[in-house]
Design a protein around this ligand. Structure first.
Ligand SMILES: Nc1ncnc2c1ncn2[C@@H]1O[C@H](COP(=O)(O)OP(=O)(O)OP(=O)(O)O)[C@@H](O)[C@H]1O
Length: 303
C-alpha cells in the first residue's frame, strides 16, 4: 500500500505539489494522470525519498522509502530511464543492482529475458540504447528485487506499440498477483486502458480521483438529434446545460433524463449514450485546463 498524505513542495514561490493525498492499494494499477508540469514526477520523487517535501508524508507499507531496509526488494522505482549510467552496459547496471540487493547474478539473466533485451543488447553501453531499450532496462531494474510495489514515471515513453502492449500485460499480471502499481502518464488513453484507479493532477493539485466509471459518472452524456438546435433549446428549458460536441450535444445529465426531455418535446434522437472515453478526455482537459499549454478546444457544432 502506498499512502500519500497532504504532500506539498514549493520551488521558490512556485508550488509544484499542493496538498496531494491518495492511496494505492494492492492488486490494483493506479494511473497518475496530468499534463506536462502538473507535479507527477515531483510527487513520485518524494515517494522515492529523492526530494524532501515541505510538508506531508509519503509512506510505503507505513514506512518512508528512506527508512525501508534494502528498499529495492520492497519497492521497484523507475523515475527517469535516461538517468542510468551511460558508460555502463545494460548487463553491468543490472549486475550492480543485483549485488547491491544481495541477489544472485542469475537474476540478471532472468530480468533481461523478462524485458526482452537480447544478449548482444545487454553488452551494449547504455549511451547507445534507444529510449525504449532504456525503459526496458529501467523496468528490469525496478523488478529485480521482486518487490510488491512499483512506482513508474512515464514508463511507456519511447516504447513502440508492441512494447506498450507488453508493458500493459506485465503490469496487469503483476497487479493480478497482488502487486501495487503506481504509474504516471500525461496521456489519458494510456492510463484508461491499464489503470483500475485514476488520479488526475493539475497545477500540483489532485482534481479528480476514482475508477474510470466513477469519473465518467460526472462526465454527463452525449446525444445527437435529428434537430440538435431544437433539442438544445428543449434541454435549456428543462434547466440542463448542453454544449456542441462531435456533431451532437454533450449534456451535463444522465441519458434517461435527456431521453425524457426529447420525448416530451417530440424530438427524434439519432444517438444517446453515457459519456465514453471522449467524455473522459473532455473532462480531463477541463479539469486540468489551467495547466494545459494549449487552450481547450471544443469540437463539433450544432447541426
Ligand atoms: N528542482 C526544481 N526546481 C524548480 N522547479 C522544479 C523543480 N522540479 C520540478 N519543478 C517544477 O515543478 C513543476 C512540476 O514538475 P514535474 O516534473 O513534477 O511535472 P510532471 O507532472 O512530472 O510533468 P511531465 O509530464 O512534463 O513530466 C514544473 O513546473 C517544474 O518546472
Amino acid at each position: 500500500m502506498i499512502t500519500v498524505e497532504h504532500l506539498s513542495k514549493t520551488y521558490g514561490a512556485f508550488r509544484a505539489v499542493d496538498d496531494v493525498s491518495f492511496t494505492c492499494k494492492p492488486g490494483t494499477v493506479t494511473g497518475f494522470l496530468g499534463p506536462n508540469g502538473a507535479g507527477k514526477s515531483t510527487s513520485m520523487r518524494i515517494m522515492a525519498g529523492l526530494t524532501i517535501p515541505d510538508s506531508g508524508t509519503a509512506t510505503i507499507g507505513g514506512v518512508r522509502y528512506r527508512d525501508i531496509p534494502n528498499p529495492g526488494t520492497q519497492v521497484g522505482v523507475l523515475l527517469d530511464a535516461s538517468a542510468q549510467h551511460a558508460g555502463r552496459t545494460g548487463r553491468e547496471i543490472l549486475t550492480l543492482s543485483a549485488l547491491t540487493m544481495g541477489l544472485p547474478k542469475s537474476r540478471v539473466d532472468e530480468m533481461l529475458n523478462l524485458v526482452s533485451l537480447s544478449d548482444s543488447e545487454a553488452k551494449r553501453r547504455v549511451k547507445n540504447y534507444s529510449l525504449g531499450m532504456r525503459q526496458r532496462l529501467g523496468i528490469a531494474n525496478a523488478l529485480m528485487g521482486d518487490p510488491k510495489i512499483l512506482i513508474l514515471d512515464e514508463p511507456a515513453n519511447g516504447l513502440d506499440p508492441a512494447g506498450i502492449h507488453w508493458m500493459r500485460s506485465l503490469l496487469r499480471a503483476y497487479a493480478n498477483q497482488g502487486g501495487t502499481v503506481l504509474l504516471s502518464s500525461h496521456l489519458l488513453h494510456e492510463i484508461e486502458i491499464i489503470a483500475d484507479e485514476i488520479i488526475v493532477i493539475g497545477n500540483g493539485k489532485i482534481v479528480a480521483q476514482g475508477t474510470k466509471a466513477e469519473l465518467l459518472q460526472g462526465a454527463g452524456a452525449f446525444v445527437k438529434a435529428a434537430d440538435n438546435a431544437a433539442l438544445a433549446g428543449a434541454l435549456a428549458q428543462a434547466g440542463l446545460t448542453a454544449s456542441p460536441s462531435d456533431g451532437g450535444l454533450s449534456v451535463d445529465a444522465e441519458p434517461a433524463q435527456i431521453g425524457q426531455v426529447a420525448a416530451a418535446a417530440g424530438l427524434a434522437l439519432v444517438e444517446l449514450r453515457g459519456a465514453d472515453s471522449a467524455g473522459l478526455e473532455e473532462m480531463f482537459l477541463q479539469l486540468t485546463a489551467t495547466t494545459q499549454r494549449e487552450g481547450v478546444v471544443t469540437t463539433g457544432g450544432v447541426a
